[in-house]
Write a protein that binds this ligand. Structure first.
Ligand code: CP
Length: 302
């Protein structure tokens, strides 16, 4: 089976650092057509702006061509074709598959039936490992290190797949300190807290946004994931749980940076964008270089 990226655990710490180094090289020189003749598929069964477009831009900058869809309703899935058959078919056409799907575990399943590498671009509330690698890249770029990072994860920690992958990745580095800021209904799932406990990594839990903010190197904001709620009333109760404004940042560490996987709804006010703490748009741009690195690594070119 070719090497895929489904969970952040699929890469060792050395591989993660290697990807970040390749990405830094691509950032210096973003047009390196080393994948001419290759074809990459982006199969998006769920909406996306950044992930799909940055994977496609990354592929184009590497000289590869891209096929795919952003609406499975226009494919034979709407006639009842299974995920297995879809993946087996697309495997026949391309050299690498990028997939986003609402079902947890779907990307792992796709990698097991595909004959080419598969990148998980988000499977339900489970994992989003390419986002994690770009988050790590952004943390290292702004803080100069990945060890001893104090990070406050805020918002929907239950359904937010990016915090699940990032927590696991940071556990590979020295002395991470976590604060989990969420309403009780959206708190960090037990399996991730048990994971940290098993590694002896400390974490605090709070419902108050100001509790962890001033100690943090990274404030990792997330949106409440409306699409994962089965009961709309439950979403209504928590949808406005946090709203970060510029006036709340007076006591923040000088080099603190605010990350957000985006899209944002109302959890970060527009006035924060003008502060030196805002890094989320640069973070999204970093995603392009990191995805160039992931693709070229999985295809054996770096
Ligand atoms: N960060 C992220 O996954 O954004 P998109 O949903 O726009 O791809």
């Amino acid at each position: 089976m070719p090497k895929s990226l489904i969970s952040i655990h699929d890469f060792s710490k050395d591989e993660i650092l290697h990807i970040l180094d390749i990405a830094a090289d691509f950032e210096k020189n973003p047009n390196q057509p080393i994948l001419q003749g290759k074809v990459i598929a982006t199969l998006f069964f769920e909406p996306s702006t950044r992930t799909r477009l940055s994977f496609e831009t990354a592929s184009n900058r590497l000289g590869a061509r891209v096929i795919g869809f952003s609406d499975a309703g226009n494919t034979s899935v709407s006639k009842g074709e299974s995920l297995k058959d879809t993946i087996k078919m697309v495997s026949n056409y391309v050299d690498l598959i990028v997939i986003r799907h609402p079902l947890e575990g779907s990307s792992r399943y796709a990698s097991e039936v595909a004959s080419v590498p598969v990148i998980n671009a988000g499977d339900g509330a489970n994992q989003h490992p390419s986002q994690t690698l770009l988050d790590l890249y952004s943390i290292r770029k702004t803080q100069g290190r990945l060890d001893n990072i104090n990070i406050d994860m805020v918002g929907d920690l239950k359904y937010g797949r990016t915090v699940h992958s990032l927590l696991q990745a940071l556990s590979l580095f020295e002395s991470p300190q976590f604060t989990f800021t969420a309403p009780k209904e959206l708190s960090m799932p037990d399996e991730y807290k048990e994971f940290l406990k098993s590694k002896g990594i400390p974490f605090k839990e709070t419902t108050e946004l100001m509790d962890g903010l001033n100690q943090s190197d990274i404030l990792y904001m997330t949106r409440v994931q409306q699409e994962r709620f089965t009961d709309p009333m439950e979403y209504e109760k928590v949808k406005n749980c946090y709203s970060l404004t510029a006036s709340m940042l007076g006591g923040a560490k000088e080099n603190m940076k605010i990350l957000h996987p985006l899209p944002r709804i109302n959890e970060i006010a527009q006035d924060v964008d003008e502060t030196p703490f805002a890094y989320y748009f640069k973070q999204a741009k970093n995603g392009m270089y990191v995805r160039m690195a992931i693709i070229s690594y999985l295809l054996g070119y770096r």
